[in-house]
Write a protein that binds this ligand. Sequence first.
Ligand code: NDP
Length: 242
Amino acid sequence: MEKCALITGASSGIGAACARALPELGWKLVLTARREDKLRALQQELAGKTKVHTVVLDVRDGAAVAAACAGLPPEFAVVDLLVNNAGLALGLEPAHQASLQDWETMVDTNIKGVMYCTRAILPGMVARNRGHVVNIGSVAGSWPYPGGNVYGATKAFVQQFSRNLRADLLGTAVRVTNIEPGMAETEFSKVRFKGEDEKAQRVYTGTEPLRAEDIADIVAWVASVPARVNINNVEVMSVNQA
Ligand code: NDP
């Protein structure tokens, strides 16, 4: 039987890599993000590998998240794996210079987006007594660095939310995993620097960052260990990252 995974932020980077990795393990996919053209291209790429349903969705919009999850077509309505991956860093300026608007966007996306998606999908998992919520946190949630301020705090939320979900779900077979990547080369830097490619690329100079596929492999791994095993937290960095 094909199981269904819903991935947020599937239009690029780690989310797209998860979409490429999961079909081999028998997952059909609900791919969500704001950029419809990217979702459609990925859907076409995966044609013949698995069934894919795309949903244009901004995770900051709680009502839209609830409606999208409630309105999935029957073939995709039973979600057994939720990958809460949509997220971003903006600016990463020192706290006394940072833009409040950037801070609010990070809170709305990285915190509220995870809350909305989890709240929409989790009741079905609990009712069926099976399922897995995989949150993409960050090493920034555990390790402070200059400019990390609100971004790091949003990922600390993801870590602590994951731990507390586990406490709520004890007695059910629903699993929760928090994956904390270090620097990975995706569109993350371009988004952080608001499209300034040169600045974005400079971040990776002289290092060999993780690749999106490295994180997707971990998502595939935590989702495929025996149902009795809950991998709580995975922290992963490039060998080059301090
Ligand atoms: P990308 O920028 O490549 O991907 C981010 C994804 O999130 C995109 O698909 C984007 O899609 C989606 N997204 C952003 N905002 C929203 C929104 N409001 N609603 C819906 N989707 C949204 O970066 P990564 O793949 O690197 O990032 C994925 C996750 O990994 C994030 O949570 C990030 O914090 C985390 N992470 C990344 C690290 C890195 O170094 N790359 C390190 C540690 C953690 P769209 O724009 O189409 O909506």
